[in-house]
Design a protein around this ligand. Structure first.
Ligand SMILES: [Zn+2]
Length: 358
């Protein structure tokens, strides 16, 4: 599919007491013995590096399995407690760890540093972080005072701590989180996004805009959706693609999108997202990106019928000629018209990408 970063989860050993699948043993991130253990894991990472790729691995930031070695030894001391002294039970058989406690900050940093130093991985994906907010903590063993905003402040602290620690070992190592916000952008390198998952019921399972990317062009948000139509919406709105094996059937198409993004990265990754272009159909969503060299307008049909629509080009993009690299089509904009528009016809779910020329 043209991507060059591998994200691995489910790589760690389970525990022998409960018979749960290894994935649930969050806390001890020792590479699985049934897949060859740490030595085989390290050889695999080396092989990816020789091919020019990078490897990011999963670590859970919030929860630690009670039967993991870490959970048994330190869970009780490092977990969140409410004002009545009760531990959180959102996840059964898991401790919910407190990001504002310096002991957990140091321990999480040690786990991540170990993976970067010993396994030579290139980054850490911290699950739950960015998706969990506003927890309080009154655990008297913790280094912080009991405050209602302890979690949100702790998020910034723990991400800064982990990122600084892994970068001491590998200066370009990255930290990602499950979701993000303006608070986390300065202390992380990228995130996934729940707009088509947890928030799907709120937005009708459609992306109609990307206010975060508009306000913070440096935000690196990775997503995909469940269908090709949703993946097209992610791409159209400036999101980066994270694609697993089930997308293989669309590999040729996705490779085209990934290449397009690389070639026009000055606009589509590092550029400025302009205010959303108006369109004549509520189902047709457009976005405009301006970079140092390229101007790109993306248009996507979020509806279930073929639609013809006019897309109003932003005044900042004064190009008269537009070319679609996906289809080879070219259109000329009427220079005399006071409002410059692109006329498009889109199949259900279709994405069109237009490059300004001349
Ligand atoms: Zn705490």
């Amino acid at each position: 599919m043209g991507t060059d970063v591998i994200y691995l989860w489910d790589f760690w050993e389970g525990e022998n007491k409960t018979g749960m699948p290894p994935y649930w043993n969050k806390g001890d991130y020792v590479p699985r013995s049934d897949l060859g253990g740490p030595a085989a894991f390290r050889r695999g990472v080396d092989a990816v590096h020789r091919e020019g790729g990078r490897v990011i691995v999963y670590v859970e930031g919030l929860i630690v399995y009670k039967n993991s070695e870490l959970g048994l030894a330190h869970g009780r001391d490092m977990a969140l407690q409410d004002e009545h002294g009760a531990y959180y039970t959102d996840y059964r058989n898991y401790w919910s760890m407190c990001p504002a406690d310096e002991a957990w900050q140091r321990r999480l940093a040690e786990i991540c540093v170990g993976l970067v130093r010993d396994m030579d991985v290139d980054g850490i994906f911290l699950d739950s972080y960015g998706a969990q907010w506003n927890h309080i903590c009154a655990n008297a063993r913790h280094s912080h005072r009991p405050e209602t905003d302890v979690w949100n402040q702790g998020m910034t602290e723990i991400l800064s701590c982990v990122r600084a620690a892994v970068r001491e070992v590998k200066p370009d190592a990255i930290i990602m989180t499950e979701s993000t916000s303006d608070l986390l952008l300065p202390v992380e390198d990228g995130s996934c996004d729940g707009s088509l998952v947890w928030h799907g019921p709120l937005n009708g399972h459609r992306l109609l805009g990307s206010p975060l990317k508009y306000a913070f062009p440096e935000a690196n948000i990775f997503s995909n959706g469940y269908t090709l139509a949703q993946l097209n919406q992610v791409f159209a709105l400036g999101g980066n693609l994270a694609v697993g094996p089930r997308w293989e059937e669309h590999a040729d198409y996705i490779r085209t999108l990934v290449a397009l993004k690389r070639e026009r990265k000055d606009a589509l990754i590092y550029g400025q997202m302009l205010p959303s272009p108006r369109t004549t159909s509520p189902d047709v969503v457009a976005a405009a990106f301006r970079g140092e060299r390229n101007a790109v307008v993306t248009v996507v049909n979020t509806g279930v019928a073929e639609i013809g629509a006019e897309v109003q080009l932003p005044a900042e993009l004064a190009f008269l000629s537009w070319r679609s690299p996906l289809t080879g089509a070219r259109v000329q904009v009427d220079a005399k018209s006071p409002v410059r528009t692109l006329s498009v016809t889109l199949r259900p779910g279709e994405l069109q990408v237009w490059l300004g020329e001349g």
